[in-house]
Design a protein around this ligand. Structure first.
Ligand code: ADP
Length: 264
């Protein structure tokens, strides 16, 4: 496939290195994939892009601390006096030979590892206790998980017995030219605006002494470019899309706005 030919059915993704190749090899060889990296750096978009490229259905689950194995596998639902089994997203992906993407997998309840482990190693099995089924994943199936190593406390980190079942990719914020290309590709903004916004992001990411929980993400830059593209002036657009999303502290916000003001 010609990488340079835009395809409207495939979500835009600007690669950083060999991640497309790694994903394709992992999928062809039936290996599960773990993607680690900060929030808003393109992990979800990458998986959507790859699923479309490979022509596989994609089931994405945003994991949270109440997410149980039953949420992934399925449950019996009662309706009209009848009990009906309803597949969860993981089971659907296995049945259809699709890709199941578990975003922020370390947030999920511990009991999910019981279903993920046999699927993530060479058995590729999904036992469904409640129906007595044992599904063998077809060749098209792939398990992809992600997490953000930045804001996990030690207790929540991924256990070695889980992470060593996966091929792993590290994602990070893109270098300047690539991040500018992302902004232009996503929003159609001009090169000058993309360069300025990426300049702001780089300056803010370098501010180590500001007590920010997370660095500014590419996602927030996309928001800023979108607001400017819609006609907002750059300063209020950056305040709304970038600065106020990064901090609740009014003084820190003003310090960040100084960085923005120095650019526009
Ligand atoms: P994550 O899953 O890492 O939190 P996302 O994949 O949702 O982040 O990315 C957030 C947004 O940033 C996307 O919706 C997209 O607009 C943009 N983005 C980030 N990186 C890229 C990239 N490499 N190519 C295209 N868009 C990107």
């Amino acid at each position: 496939m010609d990488l340079n030919t835009p395809n409207i059915d495939i979500p835009f993704y600007q690669p950083a290195g060999d991640e497309i190749e790694v994903f394709e090899h992992a999928w062809k060889n039936r290996l599960p994939l773990l993607i680690k990296g900060p929030t808003g750096c393109g992990k979800t978009r990458f998986v959507a892009h790859m699923a479309a490229r490979l022509g596989r259905p994609l089931y994405t689950v945003a994991c949270h601390d109440d997410l149980t194995a039953a949420d992934l596998v399925g449950r019996h639902l009662i309706g009209d006096g009848q009990t009906v089994w309803c597949d969860g997203p993981l089971t659907r992906a296995v049945r259809e030979g699709g890709i199941c993407y578990l975003d922020e997998v370390v947030e999920a309840r511990k009991d999910t590892t019981v279903v993920l482990h046999p699927l993530a190693d060479d058995r590729r099995l999904l036992p469904i206790d409640r129906t007595g089924e044992l599904l063998e994943a077809p060749p098209g199936f792939m398990l992809v998980v992600s997490y953000n190593p930045g804001y996990q406390n030690l207790l929540k980190g991924m256990k070695p017995s889980t992470r060593q079942r996966f091929v792993s990719l590290r994602f990070d914020f893109p270098e300047a030219a690539r991040e500018e290309a992302v902004l232009r590709g996503e929003t159609g903004c001009d090169a000058d605006l993309a360069r300025r916004l990426v300049g702001i992001a780089r300056a803010l990411r370098a501010l180590k002494d500001q007590d920010l929980e997370e660095a500014v993400s590419t996602r927030l830059l996309v928001y800023a470019a979108t607001l400017v593209g819609a006609g907002m002036a750059p300063l209020p657009a950056c305040r709304a899309a970038i600065v106020e999303s990064l901090t609740d502290d009014a003084e820190v916000a003003e310090a960040l706005m100084e960085v923005v003001a120095a650019t526009f």
